[in-house]
Each structure stands twice: as structure tokens, then as C-alpha cells.
Ligand binder design. Structure first.
Ligand code: NAD
Length: 500
């Protein structure tokens, strides 16, 4: 028997080994070392996880709000104390640099802090005297068992977008992490139990399409939150909606950064290089598509020079800017899209294929790559590349840039770089994209606000954190109440629908 650790499931408060015969290796993308094996859970294991969550809901939904809040206060402290350990696990299985891995954990930690403020968030409304002696008020009640399905690119932040807010609002949860990098997620789950999340309130099943489909179909799951590609998210949305669930899907992207000629040049070039190539371009908010307006089209040589200064290396090495991409298959796909860009006639200004990375010759590395002269219809424009590839288009006016972006099927993130308030305001008003940055290249909102998206980047009405998520994870009940004291005289029978 091999010594490779096998990742457990979490069912009913116990970390248990799956009985499945189907396992997948979790691989270090910088070295190809097999770090662990992850099970593809059986349908009986999914059922057991849901049954445990269903049973736990009976008591958890009645747990006082202060008790729930204090668990997340403790949890945020534990995450802070384990930050370096969490980042190291994340970098080993996902590839991003250690500072960026800390950023991944930190952006999730912010949502845990938000969950600790649940007492101020899950408040209903009350209208006094809506009729004589009658008050109407709302209760925001938890739904029951909720589930989350997460992608590989933020294995700390995105699970933390989901289960803390679902549980803080009084629900129980079944999490299905990405099968490509589930180890940091599992460490975060261990810490959540240590913080006091009771048995059955949080469960974890691992797997691929079969487990996801079982979650979508399960009669006892009330809501599903998904983050991942548009193709899978659309499938999850349709399947889970058909099964009567509340569903939110945050999906794929093609994020355009528009540069006007009056922009602060040095700041803009730095912002673009970081946002296009950081995390090896595997951020859903990566600024992968640059739209140079008018004279800004002359900046291409400087953008290329800036990209050349970035250091490609394993995420564990100090000074690394661009780590490996997640898998050999992802690397092959990105290289295939670079070849397609050349075939389609885009100008390859910087070719990052096959970079030399001494000591990590087996790693899935692609260096910063830049295409200019890109047009809609070319594969590099039409597909989400999800690698360190920046494509550049040029237009004459801001109006043309806005039309281009609004015509793209995706609407996840966008940014405008300019010194003109009027141009920025026009952009903010007319652009149809969820997250808009003004001289901010990756405008991911902090959890006081909600992450959102337009068109193919999002399905479902409500976002995964901020105020909206409280509505997503609760059912609003309105109560209209009248109390009689012993002296109250009757008004006779009322056959109208009005309250007197
Ligand atoms: P993915 O869609 O391949 O996988 C996401 C989840 O779906 C995983 O848990 C996976 O196991 C499961 N899955 C995969 N194939 C499936 C299938 N055929 N049927 C059912 N389930 C399936 O996404 P990924 O490659 O892990 O992540 C990258 C994608 O996620 C990119 O498109 C990126 O833009 C997107 N993303 C979006 C956001 C956002 O907030 N909009 C955030 C992060 C990532």
C-alpha cells in the first residue's frame, strides 16, 4: 500500500475515509509530486452527508445568534494564527506564490469576519400600527441544508465565501471542494470545527460531476452556491433550479481593462502587469484583455518590457511573480490557445511558452505572453484562456471600448484607467459588467458589498457575500400580529380583506 495520504470526507462531525474505488491524485504543479489522493465519494456518502446536515439543522437553526457569531469570532482568530501554514499548503497544491496564497486566505478571512457580524446582518423589519393594534414584521429564517461547489483557483477564499455565511445565518452545509486542490480547504474545515461548529452543521464530500449532480438533485438540499466555469455553472444552475432549489452561480470571465491616453502611465503599466499575469492569470478577475484607446496604443512596447521583468518560478521561491498553472492539461490548453492566436493572425509580442525554471523542470510553467492586434472572432478573444496571456485590442474612442465590452458574452470584471473623472463616470454608468474598477485593476469588493456579475458570468439574483447573501441563505417570513387584552371589545365579523 502506498504512503500517499488519503483525504477524508467530513460526515456528521467525523473525518472518515471514503469507501469509493475512485481516487484522484492531488499534484504539486511545480514538481509533479503527488501530495495526496482525493476520493470521488459514493452516492451513499453524499446521502449520509446530507442526512447529517438535515438532522443538525433541527437544533442549529434555533442556536442563539450570539453563539453563532462567537464561533466565527474564534474562527477568524484561528485562521490568523495558522496563516503561514495555510498559505504553504495552498502553494504546494495550487502553485500560486506564498504572498498570493496568503492573499487568497485573507480575502476569505474577511468573509469570516463578516459572518461574525451576523447579529447586525440578519435583522428583520417592523412596521408598527399597520392597522389598529396591528404590527407587521419580518423574520429572516434559515432554509435548511445548503451546498457549495468550488473551483480550483481560490481554494481558500471561495469555500470561505460559502459555508461561513450559510452557517452563520442558521443553515447547515455540505461542501464539495475542487478535486484539484482540496487540501487547504480541508485544513480550513478542521479549523472551523476547532472554532466550535457542531457535529453535522458542516460536512464535506469530494468528487467530480457525479457528486455535483447528486447535490443538484438531492431533495433535502434547499440552496446551492456554485463558483467555476460558465459551462459547468450553467449546467448546475439548470439542474438544481429544475429540482426546485435556490441557486447562485458565479462563473467565467473575460475581463477588459480600458486604458485612456491620459492615464497615469507608470501606475497603469504596473497595475496591468500584476492583474494580467499574477496568479499565472488564473483569477476569475484577471485583467486578461487590454483595450488601448487612441494614443494609448503606443504603449505596447512598454507593456512588453514590463512583462519581461516578471520572474517565473515555483510559488515557494522568494521573488516569484508567476508560478505554475494548475495542471499539465491546463498548460497544454493554454499553449494550444497561444498557437491558435498565431494562426488567427494576432501579433505575438511576447511568447512565454517553455520558460526555463532551473530546479523545477517538471513544473507546468507558462511565462507572460502578449498578443496585440487581437479582434473579436479570434480564439484568444472568444475563449477564457485562464493563463498568463494578455491580449491587446485597440480602439479610437471610449464609446467603442464600451460597446466592445458590452458585446462580450461575459460580464465579470472590468477597469478603466484615466485621470478624467468625466470619462470614468461615463464608463461606470454605461458599462454592463458586475465589478467595475476605476484605476483599480482587480475590483473584487470587500464583504461589506456583494460580488456580482452580468450575462454569462453569473446566474441567480443574489451574490455570495455582503448583504445579498443573507437574503440568499434565508427565507423572509412576514408576520402580521394583533394582540387583544381582556378589555378589548369585539368589532363584529369583518368580511373584507382590509385590517381594521
Ligand atoms: P470548473 O467549472 O471546471 O470546476 C468547478 C467545480 O465544478 C469543481 O468543483 C468541479 O469538480 C466541478 N465540475 C467540473 N466539471 C463538472 C461537470 N462536468 N459537471 C459537474 N461538476 C463539474 O472550474 P475550475 O476550472 O475549477 O475554475 C476556473 C473557472 O472558475 C474559471 O472559468 C473562472 O473564471 C471561474 N471562476 C469564477 C469566479 C467568479 O466569482 N465569477 C471565481 C473563481 C473562478
Amino acid at each position: 500500500m502506498s504512503n500517499t495520504p488519503r483525504i477524508p470526507l467530513l460526515i456528521d462531525g467525523e473525518f472518515v475515509q471514503s469507501t469509493t474505488s475512485e481516487w484522484r491524485d492531488v499534484v504539486n504543479p511545480a514538481t509533479q509530486e503527488v501530495l495526496a489522493q482525493v476520493p470521488f465519494a459514493t452516492s451513499a456518502e453524499v446521502d449520509a452527508a446530507v442526512a447529517s446536515a438535515q438532522a443538525a439543522f433541527k437544533t442549529w437553526k434555533k442556536t442563539p445568534i450570539g453563539t453563532r457569531a462567537r464561533i466565527f469570532l474564534k474562527y477568524q482568530q484561528l485562521i490568523r494564527e495558522h496563516m503561514a501554514e495555510l498559505a504553504a499548503i495552498l502553494t504546494a497544491e495550487q502553485g500560486k506564490t506564498l504572498p498570493d496564497a496568503e492573499g487568497d486566505v485573507f480575502r476569505g478571512l474577511e468573509v469570516v469576519e463578516h459572518a461574525a457580524a451576523i447579529g447586525n446582518l440578519q435583522l428583520g423589519e417592523l412596521a408598527n400600527n399597520v392597522a389598529n393594534g396591528v404590527d407587521t414584521y419580518t423574520l429572516l429564517q434559515p432554509l435548511g441544508v445548503c451546498a457549495g461547489i468550488t473551483p480550483f483557483n481560490f481554494p481558500a477564499m471561495i469555500p470561505l465565501w460559502m459555508f461561513p455565511m450559510a452557517i452563520a445565518t442558521g443553515n447547515t452545509f455540505v461542501l464539495k471542494p475542487s478535486e484539484q486542490d482540496p487540501m487547504v480547504t480541508m485544513r480550513l474545515v478542521e479549523l472551523a470545527l476547532e472554532a466550535g461548529i457542531p457535529k453535522g452543521v458542516l460536512n464535506v464530500v469530494h468528487g467530480g460531476p457525479d457528486v455535483v449532480n447528486a447535490i443538484c438533485d438531492h431533495a433535502d438540499i434547499k440552496a446551492v452556491s456554485f463558483v467555476g466555469s460558465t459551462k459547468v455553472g450553467t449546467h448546475v444552475y439548470n439542474r438544481a433550479s429544475l429540482a426546485g432549489k435556490r441557486v447562485q452561480c458565479m462563473m467565467g470571465a473575460k475581463n477588459h481593462a480600458v486604458v485612456l491616453p491620459d492615464a497615469n502611465k507608470e501606475q497603469t503599466l504596473n497595475a496591468i502587469a500584476g492583474a494580467a499575469f499574477g496568479a499565472a492569470g488564473q483569477r476569475c478577475m484577471a485583467a486578461s484583455t487590454l483595450v488601448l484607446v487612441g494614443e494609448a496604443r503606443n504603449w505596447i512596447p512598454e507593456i512588453v518590457e514590463k512583462a519581461k521583468t516578471l520572474k517565473v518560478n515555483a510559488g515557494t521561491e522568494a521573488g516569484t511573480d508567476v508560478g505554475p498553472v494548475i495542471s499539465c492539461a491546463a498548460r497544454a490548453r493554454i499553449e494550444g490557445l497561444i498557437a491558435a492566436g498565431e494562426q488567427d493572425g494576432a501579433k505575438l509580442d511576447l511568447d512565454g511558452r517553455n520558460p526555463q525554471v532551473p530546479g523545477f523542470e517538471q513544473g507546468n510553467f507558462v511565462g507572460p505572453t502578449i498578443f496585440s492586434g487581437v479582434k473579436p472572432g479570434m480564439k484568444v478573444y472568444d475563449e477564457e484562456i485562464f493563463g498568463p496571456v494578455l491580449i491587446i485590442l485597440d480602439v479610437e474612442t471610449l464609446d467603442e471600448a464600451i460597446d466592445l465590452i458590452n458585446s462580450n458574452p461575459n460580464g465579470n470584471g472590468t477597469a478603466v484607467f484615466t485621470q478624467s473623472g468625466a470619462a470614468a463616470r461615463k464608463f461606470q454608468e454605461e458599462i454592463d459588467v458586475g465589478q467595475v474598477g476605476i484605476n483599480v485593476p482587480i475590483p473584487v469588493p470587500v464583504p461589506l458589498f456583494s460580488f456580482t456579475g452580468s450575462r454569462a458570468s453569473k446566474l441567480g439574483d443574489l451574490g455570495p457575500y455582503g448583504k445579498q447573501v443573507v437574503l440568499f441563505y434565508t427565507q423572509t417570513k412576514t408576520v402580521t400580529a394583533r394582540w387583544f387584552d381582556d378589555e378589548t371589545l369585539g368589532h363584529g365579523v369583518n368580511t373584507t380583506i382590509s385590517l381594521k
